[in-house]
Design a protein around this ligand. Sequence first.
Ligand SMILES: C[S@@+](CC[C@H](N)C(=O)[O-])C[C@H]1O[C@@H](n2cnc3c(N)ncnc32)[C@H](O)[C@@H]1O
Length: 410
Amino acid sequence: MNHRERFLQIRDFLKPYQEIWQNEIMLMYPNPLDAFSQNWIEDLHRFQDKKDIIRLEKKDVFGLIQDSSLIEFYQKIKTLSALPAARTYPPMPEDSQTWLFITPKKQHEIRHLAPHINHLYQKRNIDQVVDIGGGIGLLAQTLNGQYQLRVASLDMDPVMQNTGKVRYGKKPKHPENQVQYLNVKVEDSGEFPKLMSANVMPIGLHTCGKLALDIITVSSSKKVPVLVNFGCCYHKLDEVPGHQNISLFANAHEPLWLSQFALTLACRAHNRMNEEEYDFKVKVKHFRYAIHILLYEHYGFTELITLGNSSPKLYDLTFADYVLDQLKRINLEPKHSFVELNAFFEKIKTLVGKMQTAGLIRDAFGRVLETYLLLDRAIYLEEQGYQVEVEEFFHEELSPRNIGITAILV
Ligand SMILES: C[S@@+](CC[C@H](N)C(=O)[O-])C[C@H]1O[C@@H](n2cnc3c(N)ncnc32)[C@H](O)[C@@H]1O
């Protein structure tokens, strides 16, 4: 895949829709729907069956929607965010101890990733894998236990590492070749660059926010022979150089700068909701939108107000119950009676429903935004002399942050 070409295609596709994906729908109030095509909203809003709406949330729209320009829009999103599936290898050897203490999600990830790492380790004569942001060290323990690779698990969190060490103590292991735990904060110390060398392979599964970028920039400057990285938690990034558009190529081509809202959207690229969760989610969203409108109209708050999490039970009650609870949390005196608050909700219900529908369109940008961020990282690595693959490793339903970057020094 030509990463630069795709990067530019995505940039050109996203640009005209900036008003939608750079903003939060609530903050567009009093004109929350103006940036959206009214035909698209109408086409999506006519679906009332929960099953259909869940399909729309999952971008499984073909055969449901009718507006030809909306079909074209979803088709474009699908094409631009499509990535090759990672190569498959002979499966990792497993025994009765392999999955001890490991959740099904993590098992799935390790099953797909470990053979890839083993393959690169053997091919490039690696001395040591360093799993950065390794947490409790499950991937490191598995690579070491099943393939006998030399592995270190590096993390800044000593508590997680201790949990990992205790579990590791209960597993059978080789007397000499054992997982090493390194308590290092990547950006803080001189230690991390020293660990990166010509025989070391840094890997990182779900390296949140800026961590992925620190790993990519430092380890490529040290010319590590190969690295494998999965990003996550893009909302922890900022709208500044060094956090996005790190490649020279991006900077030379009028890049897009993703706002906090857009970065959060990039993390919401897949919706795993089932029907039960759907009802709850809709209620949360409707109440949240409606209270924003109430605060805007009657309290003069035009900015987004941070609210606390109401108890899930409150969403079984009425809007008035929810509002009174929230006002107490932010120390505001109610200006309306219980009955008036519920009447207010009734009055704006249709608008709130349409805002939720508009949200379907906005959510559709998530995966493309994520792809934009990751392609920039891939292009940066190409600029450092690496041959780079950006591939899907896991089933999106099980592990949504499933895009891995593999960079091999050429
Ligand atoms: C999302 S977790 C992923 C854990 C593990 N790799 C996994 O896939 O289960 C990210 C890990 O990165 C660690 N981390 C975050 N920032 C770090 C930094 N700057 N230096 C070292 N570790 C960091 C966190 O402590 C956390 O354990």
